[in-house]
Design a protein around this ligand. Structure first.
Ligand code: HEM
Ligand SMILES: *[C@@H]1O[C@H](CO)[C@@H](O)[C@H](O)[C@H]1NC(C)=O
Length: 329
């Protein structure tokens, strides 16, 4: 009996399994730098912890920055690239990110220190993914291991930000569609929205809910009236020269926890995209589940961050390892 055909069949099945699973995990691996730069994750953690101790808002900034990186051309550090004369509006200077995105200087500092230890070894995209995880931990979230091995992209186009990053006026169904385009489920979308348990929003991101909701209602009827009154005290009616910020979750503004979901159940979601998760039938139960079980939500949040961190990553010899996070080599 000739065993070769069966062997060939087994080998090709194995190759198929391997290639399918590498697609799913995008070939990132935990401890990718364990031999090439063993101190990388520690250096990032120390830099991030110190920055958050000085200013807790940095944690929110870095978690959001990782999200905005991953949703535009994948988690490739493209959000970190500065505009240049040849590319006057990079992602970070699109209106969605500028002036609200913060924490760039923390990534720069971490990169400088990592470069001193291991020149041109650790990508900016990975440093940002580590920094987001360290931020989660520092403000009370569940720790998780970050698969790494991302490479840095060389393209950053401002117009691609509003085409990919969801706008705060979207409905639950639109948010589900937006996240599905990145391979994330409705439950993952609702789980990750819990990041709005920390940080701030500019008034301009929700002031339509206070002053110009629609023809019949000036104020969004899905927002608690006393909460709306409090917000109006800080947020001037548009058009206004100033654009102050308010806490996304005033109950625990610098603690990553599930109080955000309780807020939604009390009609105290700040953005339309927050409150819609509770008013919409398709996601209401997910909000309740997260509100009732904080420990489970925290676990799911960590897992969803890993999944978000693997969106359309560059690996192997694609892209590059930048020398400076703001500029391509
Ligand atoms: C579900 C769709 C989402 C929408 C529509 C959305 C929209 C927004 C908006 C409009 C702001 C306020 C920006 C400003 O005006 O200053 C904000 C802040 C924030 N977002 Fe989201 N976001 C979403 C999902 C996420 C996800 C998935 C994460 C991370 C996992 C995240 C993390 C944050 C954080 C931490 C802040 C506070 C930033 C700071 O204080 O600097 N968001 N988001
Ligand atoms: C205004 O919003 C309310 C509540 O969502 C809705 O019932 C009503 O039909 C809307 N009116 C107009 C004119 O769009």
């Amino acid at each position: 009996m000739d065993k070769t055909p069966r062997m060939l069949q087994m080998v090709s099945t194995l190759v198929l399994i391997l290639s399918v699973s590498s697609l799913a995990s995008a070939s990132l691996e935990v401890g990718f730098y364990s031999s090439t730069c063993p101190s990388a994750e520690t250096i990032v953690r120390n830099t991030v912890n110190k920055a958050i101790s000085d200013n807790p808002g940095v944690a929110a900034g870095l978690i959001r920055m990782h999200f905005h990186d991953c949703f535009v051309r994948g988690c490739d550090g493209s959000v970190l690239l500065a505009s240049t004369s040849g590319n006057p509006t990079a992602e970070r200077d699109n209106f969605v990110n500028n002036p609200s995105l913060r924490g760039f200087e923390v990534i720069e500092e971490a990169k400088t220190e990592v470069e001193a230890a291991c020149p041109q070894t650790v990508s900016c995209a990975d440093i940002l993914a580590f920094a987001a995880r360290d931020s989660v931990v520092k403000v009370g979230g569940t720790n998780y291991e970050v698969p790494s091995g991302r490479r840095d992209g060389r393209v950053s186009i401002g117009d691609e930000v509003p085409q990919n990053v969801p706008r705060p006026t979207l409905s639950a169904d639109e948010l589900v569609t937006n996240f599905a385009r990145k391979g994330l489920s409705a439950d993952e979308m609702v789980t990750l929205s819990g990041a709005h348990s920390i940080g701030v929003s500019h008034c301009s991101s929700f002031s339509n809910r206070l002053y110009s909701f629609n023809d019949t209602f000036q104020q969004d009827p899905s927002m608690d009236a006393s909460y709306a009154a409090t917000l109006k005290a800080t947020c001037p009616a548009p058009p206004s020269a100033t654009d102050p910020t308010v806490a996304l979750d005033p109950s625990t503004p610098i603690r990553l926890d599930n109080k955000y979901y309780e807020g939604l159940m009390n009609h105290r979601g700040l953005l339309t995209s927050d409150q819609t998760l509770y008013t919409s039938h398709s996601t209401k139960e997910m909000v309740q589940t997260n509100a009732y079980n904080g420990a489970t939500w925290a676990q799911k949040f960590a897992q969803a961050m890993v999944r978000m961190g693997s969106i359309e990553v560059l690996t192997g010899s694609d892209g590059e390892i930048r020398k400076h996070c703001s500029f391509v080599n």
